[in-house]
Design a protein around this ligand. Structure first.
Ligand code: GLU
Length: 472
């Protein structure tokens, strides 16, 4: 069953590839080179748990190496298989190419339910997995750089970085072997929330183009828009937080493992996140209406549906019942190829995963650059910028004889730190990716939808680099 799911996911990504390749008339030989993974490794390794050996299975797939290192998260999940990892690795290549992150695509998975292990067991398992991956060149600062994904986070990345550094103590760039580390261990500020922030920045850009919003029957901005989210993990939680707290959107539904919580007047994100942390579910939250059949809530009426959980959640079975006019893919592969055809036929707009969730890898790129340059962004110019701002305020006040109004003076006097720079770089990345995607759709009559457009932009860039390297 699980293997069948992975196979269907990979098939779906291949169909998306084929559809886009035709629109940009990708040469057959180049298409062949790009479409499938270049290498996949399956590792089986033992770890002693409570005095007995347990054998774990993990995979890491390398999709395209037109740029190095290759990049992509490592997922810890009870159900994971090679096809799924290959599909996710392919999406990483397209994602990076679309948003100009100069990496190839890769992805890893370990078949484990992390909730069933103690922290020290997880550490032993992660360190052993790192040794196996490093041994085979599937983790390396210059060749293959993992990051967090479902079931992993800063903690696992810190263990991996530490293990790699121990294995290769003379590698000056050892710390760049993974991204998503805690800032105190060579990570970068703003990485944890980067994917959720990226979702926010893409949506803001979408509403900057009223014609695009009109295609989904929407107008205005994010203020007051009713959003249903599936998945309140790192990505879903941060997207919900920023969209509601900063843009005035209403979170009218949150779908989690135990069911869905619905509220027409909007759910407060922080208390709900705390409840989920404490109880492991959304049931018994003092506000909103709980319904057991969470997946059914995907079909509820709202303005924006954000699937931020697993792949294949919107498929041929439920696609025709989806009411939301705009679907924003914060997860990887939440809408299958077949479901997309049904949704597009019904006039829905889908913002595709390879753009929407690219914020994570974009900030990973900044972290990797920081690691290999061995200096924090802003360290050299921070005080200089601050002084320049003060000089401008001083000059204006001197020339006018008046005190500069607070709202203009404050931003000028504020020093630019790493987090400001990361946000600025992320915003620019997401906006540029959106614009490239929409322009591809508007200028090529063969491209009818945004996913095909996003793939087309990515494939053209990848093909060019293969052709320039004379590999095809
Ligand atoms: N796992 C994330 C993704 O699917 C981030 C990958 C990365 O930062 O390398 O995009």
């Amino acid at each position: 069953m699980a293997a069948k799911k992975g196979r269907a996911f990979l098939g779906s990504v291949h169909k998306m590839f084929d559809r886009a390749a035709a629109t940009v008339r990708l040469r057959d030989d180049v298409a062949k080179q790009i479409r499938d993974c270049n290498a996949v490794i399956q590792l089986r390794f033992p770890v002693r748990i409570d005095g007995k050996y347990q054998v774990f299975s993990g995979w890491r797939a390398i999709h395209s190496e037109h740029r190095l290192p290759v990049k992509g998260g490592i997922r810890y999940a009870a159900v994971v298989d090679q096809d799924e990892v290959e599909a996710l690795a392919a999406l990483m290549s397209y994602k990076c190419a679309l948003v100009d992150v100069p990496f190839g695509g890769s992805k890893g998975g370990l078949a484990i339910d992390p909730k069933r292990y103690s922290v020290s067991d997880l550490e032993a398992i992660t360190r052993r997995f790192t040794q196996e991956l490093a041994d085979t060149g599937f983790v390396s600062p210059s060749r293959n750089v993992p990051a967090p994904d479902m079931g992993t986070g800063q903690r696992e990345m810190a263990w991996m970085a530490d293990e790699y550094r121990k294995l290769y103590p003379s590698d000056l760039n050892a710390i760049a072997c993974v991204t998503g580390k805690p800032p105190t261990q060579g990570g970068i500020r703003g990485r944890v929330e980067a994917t959720g922030r990226g979702v926010q920045y893409v949506l803001r850009e979408f509403f900057r183009h009223p014609e695009d919003a009109a295609r989904a029957g929407l107008s205005g901005g994010l203020e007051g828009k009713r959003i249903i989210l599936q998945g309140f993990g790192n990505v879903g939680y941060h997207a919900a937080k920023f969209l509601s707290e900063e843009d005035g959107a209403l979170i009218v539904g949150v779908i989690e493992r135990d069911g869905a919580l619905l509220s027409d007047s909007g759910l407060a994100v922080e208390p709900l996140a705390a409840h989920l942390r404490e109880t492991g579910g959304v049931q018994h939250f003092p506000r909103g209406e709980f319904v057991q059949d969470g997946r059914k809530a995907l079909e509820n009426e709202c303005d924006i549906l954000i699937p931020a959980a697993l792949e294949g959640q919107i498929n041929a079975d439920n696609a025709s019942r989806i009411a939301a006019p705009l679907i924003v893919e914060a997860a990887n592969g939440p809408v299958t190829f077949e479901a997309e055809e049904i949704l597009l036929g019904a006039g829905k707009v889908i913002l595709p995963d390879i753009l929407v969730n690219a914020g994570g890898v974009a900030v990973s790129y900044f972290e990797w650059v920081k690691n290999v340059s061995h200096i924090r962004f802003g360290r050299l110019n921070r005080r200089l910028d601050e002084q320049r701002g003060a000089d401008i305020v001083g000059l204006v006040e001197h020339m006018t004889g008046k005190t500069a109004p607070e709202q203009f003076a404050r931003p000028l006097l504020e020093a630019t730190d790493e987090l400001h720079l990361v946000r600025s770089g992320l915003d620019d990345t997401m906006r540029a990716g959106y614009v490239a995607m929409r322009e591809a759709m508007l200028t090529n009559d063969a491209i009818p939808d945004l996913r095909t457009a996003a793939f087309a932009v990515a494939l053209k860039k990848m093909a060019l680099s293969y052709e320039e390297m004379s590999l095809a």
